[in-house]
Write a protein that binds this ligand. Structure first.
Ligand code: FAD
Length: 322
């Protein structure tokens, strides 16, 4: 038996979550005395396959077909199904991204396998997995074990550490006779502008109710853009309709783990911290020196966000200009 790790790529570039998936598969494989078989599907992805060996994949199956250039549930399910059968895969790991959530449920149904989605921890005891996942909008965590022969698990992005754990990887091209794909993506229309995606960003500037009015939000965006980062928000701001839910960071939003997280006008509620406390450096800007966010911050600035943000943005621009 082996652990199958689906490595998500878009436009022939791995998502950060792909490395997290392979790394967690490797950690489990070490505990279970087995190896990691990674799968990558696309139209011309063989050039990036070797990268998965750095994170612990002993073998990488590359499945290339022009019909797999864009993600489709049917096409990618066939690719993953083929490898699971060929390698007698018993544990299948994917990232709980939009793609991974979609694919994991179809793959699980195909094998009549149990599925645990959006998982935040996996422990191994006596060869059995205990899986932790949030429920009821993150209010409680459940611990489960899957009783079917094959277990399909999707991992919440930015929770599991991507860890270089190089093993000599063999790369094998696998050609499969794809059955016709009935629903096909004809065109992908990217959002306008070069917006950095929140869950992939190295730098995030997030704003909270301390911005006072939505008209001040452009200050958060300007600082994020000047740093080449993404911008996020608290739930208070999302609930107030200032920002869309896809920008929410926290227990019921996205989990992020950037190198730098700048929290502006954010109190530091436990539910917000749940989504960003693993950031490498946290900078807090708040006019209340007693705000809880300062307890987790590496650097703190006490003052009015609307005074500080424009100055910081100008400084960053000036430094970058040099
Ligand atoms: P506030 O708590 O109102 O804080 C505003 C801060 O701005 C204060 O610290 C204040 O001192 C400061 N401030 C005010 N004026 C200025 C100024 N001029 N300059 C600088 N600072 C200023 N929250 C999330 O963020 N993400 C989640 O995923 C999430 N999930 C939740 C799930 C559940 C089940 C529940 C019950 C709650 C959840 N929440 C979540 C909400 C959370 O509890 C907080 O209510 C929320 O994070 C507060 O947002 P805030 O920090 O923007 O607002």
């Amino acid at each position: 038996m082996s652990i199958i790790a689906f490595a998500e790529q878009r436009n022939n570039t791995f998502r950060k979550a792909a490395f997290e998936t392979v790394s967690e598969a490797k950690r489990l494989a070490d505990k279970l005395g087995t190896q990691v078989i990674a799968v990558i599907a696309g139209s011309s992805v063989s050039g990036i396959a070797a990268d998965l060996g750095k994170f612990g994949a002993a073998k990488v199956y590359v499945i290339e077909d022009s019909a797999l250039a864009n993600y489709s549930t049917e096409g990618y399910t066939q690719a993953l199904e083929e490898v699971i059968k060929k390698e007698n895969g018993k544990i299948v790991l994917l990232a709980a991204t939009a793609m991974g959530k979609d694919l994991s449920s179809r793959v699980a149904a195909r094998f009549k396998a149990g599925l645990a989605s959006d998982v935040t921890a996996i422990s191994v005891d006596g060869g059995k997995l205990t899986i932790t996942r949030p429920m009821m909008a993150g209010k409680v965590f459940q611990k489960i074990s899957i009783s079917t022969d094959i277990q399909v698990i999707s991992l919440r992005p930015n929770i599991f550490r991507a860890e270089e754990n190089a093993v000599p990887a063999s790369i094998e091209k696998l050609s499969i006779a794809l059955r016709p794909i009935r629903a096909r993506v004809k065109e992908v229309i990217a959002e306008s502008g070069k917006k950095v995606e929140l869950s992939e960003a190295d730098i995030i500037v997030s704003g909270g109710r301390g911005l006072k009015v939505p008209e001040n939000w452009h200050m958060v965006v300007s600082l994020a853009e000047s740093l080449g980062g993404a911008h996020g928000a608290t739930r208070a701001v999302v609930d107030a309709g200032w920002r869309p839910h896809e920008e929410q960071v926290g227990q019921t939003g996205k989990t992020v783990s950037p190198k730098l997280y700048i929290a502006v006008g954010i109190s530091g509620a436990i539910q917000h911290l749940a989504g960003m406390s693993s950031s490498k450096y946290i900078v807090a800007i708040n006019n209340d020196p007693e705000a809880p966010i300062f307890k987790v911050a590496d650097y703190g600035i006490v003052g009015d966000a609307t005074d500080i943000l424009p100055v910081m943005t100008e400084k960053v621009k000036a430094m970058k200009g040099k």
